[in-house]
Design a protein around this ligand. Sequence first.
Ligand code: CMP
Length: 321
Amino acid sequence: MSSSKTSSGPNLASKVSKLFKSFKKDLKDEEKPALQRQPTANRRSAVCAEVSVPEETYEAKVFPKSEAARNRLQYCLRNNYLFTKLDPEQTRTVIDAVEEVKYKAGDIIIKQGAPGDCFYFLEDGKCEVWVLKPGKTTEALMKTYSPGESFGELALLYNAPRAATVKAITDCTLWAVDRVTFRSILLHSTSSKRKMYEKFLQDVPLLKSLSKDERAAISDVLNVEYFDAGENIIIEGQPGEKFYLLEEGDAEAKKGGNVLMRYKRGDYFGELALLNKKPRAATVCAVTKCKCATIDRKSFKVILLMPPTAETIGPMKLKCS
Ligand code: CMP
């Protein structure tokens, strides 16, 4: 557990880097290559996902589809972390804009290193993801996709070349979302949240050493939770899955009836269980009504997943604000 008292000073950057390292270590093997192939310096420019696609150049596409197909797509969107924050109208826009595409067994759907044109939902069939790692001459199989899963987001989100090759291993039916629709919808939906959290995250001592883009990436994955005075935010002994930033109110960490730590706006807690993969070391209780911005374990990984150089993108580069 930490408060701003203990988290300020020159060791801040190392704390953040330790946090990041720990989450990196935690990644499943299949998630690692994208991360590993980029040095941290590049991650900074790459998380600049705020795009300014001029409104007038974005024309919503509508590809007619059956009600059953719309329902299946709705289900896919609801279960994909990228789309869970969309409002109903944005969800409808994405569903309208997806186009059915078919590939034969053996076809290459995405080629590693190519520019990213579409994001795909797999409707039917099986695909494999292959990655050619630096210094290797043969590709390694990273994972297999089944119906309901999706891929192709990395190149679109980070304006980067494709990070892997995706092959159809049976005949496949997919739904493709073009890059302009994908970026306009997803990135516009995050911009207001970024503005809302920009100032708060700047004032959080733990995050001061991060770049503006890294803070923007964090604001994209924040969720808000409210607690009443006296309510437990974290319970000692329980597994830790979230990291908390105190946005409003006062809280305290207790163990065996003793107060270990007091928290105020801008302080953070809940990192120990995430770092050590141990149960919560203390109970954190809201002293007054509290508003907490929370970041789940998976989102931390997602922030780290990737980030290619903005410089590698050349002609496909969209304006970053
Ligand atoms: P993108 O880089 O746009 O195109 C290839 C896609 O493969 C990538 O986005 C991810 O959606 C998916 N993928 C799955 N596993 C990996 C992996 N280990 N490394 C890179 N990409 C992966």
